[in-house]
Write a protein that binds this ligand. Structure first.
Ligand code: 5AD
Ligand code: FES
Length: 367
């Protein structure tokens, strides 16, 4: 029934798998777990998440920190607060951090991130791995940040279907689907391990859209993926369509099916257990780790800012400090039957594999 490895999954098969319920669904989730363990092992890698600024120049229709939401108090964490969070990650052997922010592209912002990267590398003996998640930028900016020490980048496509993309973003130059695709290509060109993803259970989204998203990930040959349920936010335009949504539990279950099918489709990539899963089910991330995900992003954002980084409602861990989060994570990860890859970067196996293939191809062409 599950054609992992031997034969690529077709669109119709993917749709069927996404719709599975009951014992057949349990079998799908179990199969994804086995494929994960066989292909990338049973370790979970930590990436300490630092949401360093909620200032954003965009107006995505689903996002709580969109520029047009005047209820949000805007913040910009100070360098030493960010560096302290990085130090915490390093000292606790998290091995990597993710720096995430709203999207800005001013020269001052580009320089700020660049300076931060250098300081993080310095404070950690060059050891801390750094993932960036700061939106669409020029190839030049991506290259500059790569040279300063970032080596992974997350930029979700949100939906790979152009029409749906424009149902959840304003259709203008500032929210261009083509530019998003171009940015993903630039990231690859600049040498990053590239991660993308989508929200699951959006208004107007169909199983066909989701199957196409998975095939899109395969086509552009991503190294990492983060995808979680869409959660409506009252201060956003998309909220008016809340009546057409699946129930939260259905969105959650479908998100786990997406993780499982992606693991079958791309067995050696890194898949993150999205934080949004936890907003629906307190053990949501661990459930994703049990069916195919192998990365988790404990929140290290200084507590005073968390209230103002609510992309969606019911965002978890608003008042927990990093230490607490870490302790509860450890217990729950062992309950999920996985081990923690302390002190290991946990790079995408797929990334190294595709680089090896590229080198072989290049050598072959030169002969
Ligand atoms: N529900 C779920 N996920 C959301 N994101 C933004 N707003 C929401 C929401 N309302 C996700 C987007 C973005 C990531 C940082 O957070 O996919 O890429
Ligand atoms: Fe900030 Fe979408 S609202 S990038």
């Amino acid at each position: 029934m599950f054609a992992a490895h031997s034969k690529a999954l077709e669109r119709q098969e993917i749709i069927q798998l996404l719709k599975l319920k009951g014992t057949e669904r349990t079998a799908l989730l179990q199969r994804a777990r086995e494929v994960k363990i066989k292909e990338v092992g049973n370790k979970v890698y930590f990436r300490g998440l630092i949401e360093f600024s909620n200032v954003c120049s965009k107006d995505c229709l689903y996002c709580g920190i969109r520029k047009g939401n005047e209820k949000v108090l805007r913040y910009d964490a100070k360098d030493d607060e960010i560096l302290n969070a990085c130090r915490f990650a390093w000292e606790n052997r998290f091995a990597s951090v993710v720096l995430q922010s709203g999207e800005l592209s001013s020269p001052a912002f580009v320089k700020r991130v660049d300076d931060l990267l250098k300081k993080i590398k310095q404070l950690s003996n060059n050891e801390l791995g750094i993932t960036l998640s700061c939106g669409e930028q020029s190839l030049e900016t991506y290259r500059r940040w790569f040279e300063s020490g970032a080596h992974r980048y997350l930029l979700r496509i949100e939906s790979s279907t152009r029409e749906l993309y424009y149902k959840i973003h304003p259709e203008n130059d500032h929210h261009s689907f083509e530019k998003r695709l171009e940015a993903l290509a630039s990231l690859k060109q600049a040498g990053y391990q590239v991660g993308t993803g989508v929200m699951i259970g959006l208004p107007f989204q169909t199983y066909e859209h989701l199957a196409d998203d998975l095939l899109f990930f395969k086509k552009i040959d991503i190294d990492m993926c983060g995808m979680g349920p869409y959660i409506e936010h009252a201060d956003t335009p998309l909220y008016e369509h809340r009546h057409v949504l699946m129930s939260k539990q259905e969105r959650f279950d479908l998100a786990l099916n997406m993780v499982a099918v992606l693991r079958l489709l791309m067995p050696d990539i890194n898949i993150a257990a999205a934080t949004a899963l936890q907003a629906i089910d307190p053990a949501g991330r661990e459930k994703a780790l049990a069916v195919g995900a192998n990365v988790i992003m404990p929140n290290l954002t200084p507590c005073e800012y968390r209230e103002e980084y609510q992309l969606y409602e019911n965002k978890p861990c608003l008042d927990e400090d990093a230490e607490l989060c870490r302790n509860c994570l450890e217990a729950r990860i062992s309950l999920a039957g996985a081990e923690i890859g302390y002190g290991e970067w946990g790079d995408s196996k797929h990334f190294h594999q595709r680089n090896k293939t590229n080198i072989i191809l290049r050598n072959h062409q030169q002969k």
